[in-house]
Design a protein around this ligand. Structure first.
Ligand code: UTP
Length: 290
């Protein structure tokens, strides 16, 4: 049993504009786009629950109420379905425990770092997890469970990483690696979108974090970074050296559902794995490919 403060809170920044998916995201949040039949946000919340997280903090903005409603009770739907004798399991699995969903507003999307900072009053003095729901992490156990297990060993701050071919690093945050032990790598530095020849490794930061509450104070006095936004990577980079910082190489598959190609890849890969439809999808794909 670990004596560290357990990770019970997670922040889901969902206040971005989702411009890469326009016009789909004009009136619907990107996080509500479904991969097959589950919205992205639900994959992330399920992953959090599996890791023992109880409090889900959504950093939202205008037009994002559907995200919160998704975890509510849908009275009309549930009573009609139960009258008709339909299986309610799918709906019941989406319900949050009363009081466990908290929303804060970002108001203006000033960057991921700013979105996280907006949750400071709810995070308080506790270490917390962060999920970027458009990065779909499929693993068994899930990505956050792997990270929480690592946290119980080493504490401090953790980020999940995956290894990509070196020539692809230029569009990601990349770690400068120190000592390695199993899935854990010490993080000596973070570089955002390096040139391939300057990249310190091929381990890219991928959508899941466990951070100490001090990051809120670091974000507080941080200026704008790349793209005129307040960057989480910049705040984390400033914390390295003051607190333990490790990367956990995720054992599983990561899909970048913030991009159209990644979204299609996720849909196809998950559909092919599904017991209820995998065979049909395979046949369909083969037919389409001629
Ligand atoms: P992205 O970089 O994917 O931006 O943000 P985006 O606005 O969602 O999408 P595009 O690039 O315009 O298509 C990564 C995560 O950070 C959140 C987003 O909602 C997403 O989950 N975010 C980003 C905020 O909550 N606030 C911000 O100011 C910026």
């Amino acid at each position: 049993m670990s004596s560290r403060k357990p990770i019970k809170k997670a922040v889901f920044p969902v206040a971005g504009l989702g411009t890469r998916f326009l016009p789909a995201t004009k009136a619907i949040p990107k996080e509500m786009l479904p991969v097959i039949d589950r919205p992205l946000i639900q994959y992330a919340v399920d992953e959090a629950r599996e890791a023992g997280i109880e409090q889900m903090i959504f950093v939202t903005g205008r037009g994002k109420t559907a995200i919160v409603e998704h975890f509510d009770i849908a009275y009309e739907l549930e009573s009609t379905m139960s009258e008709r004798g339909k299986d309610m399991g799918i709906l019941e699995a989406t319900r949050a425990t009363p009081g466990d969903i908290i929303t804060v507003r970002q108001q203006v999307p000033m960057g991921l770092g700013h979105a996280i900072w907006c949750a400071r009053a709810i995070v308080g003095d506790d270490p917390f997890a962060i999920f970027l729901p458009d990065e779909l992490m499929i693993g068994s156990p899930g990505c956050m469970k792997q990270m929480v297990d690592a946290y119980n060993e080493v504490g401090g701050n953790l980020i999940s990483v995956i290894e990509v071919p070196k020539e692809e690093v230029f569009s990601y945050g990349v770690i400068d690696p120190g000592a390695e032990s199993g899935a854990l790598t010490e993080v000596k530095g973070l570089v955002e979108k390096p040139a391939v020849e300057d990249a310190p490794s091929n381990k890219i930061v991928s959508g899941r974090y466990i951070l100490q509450p001090e990051v809120m104070r670091t974000l507080e006095n941080q200026g704008k970074g790349a793209g005129g936004e307040i960057q989480l990577t910049d705040a984390m980079a400033r914390m390295i050296g003051d607190q333990p910082f490790h990367a956990v190489t995720f054992e599983g598959k990561r899909y970048d559902c913030g991009s159209k190609l990644g979204f299609i890849e996720a849909t196809l890969a998950l559909a092919l794995e599904r017991e209820d439809m995998g065979q049909d999808v395979r046949a369909l794909a083969q037919r389409l490919l001629g």
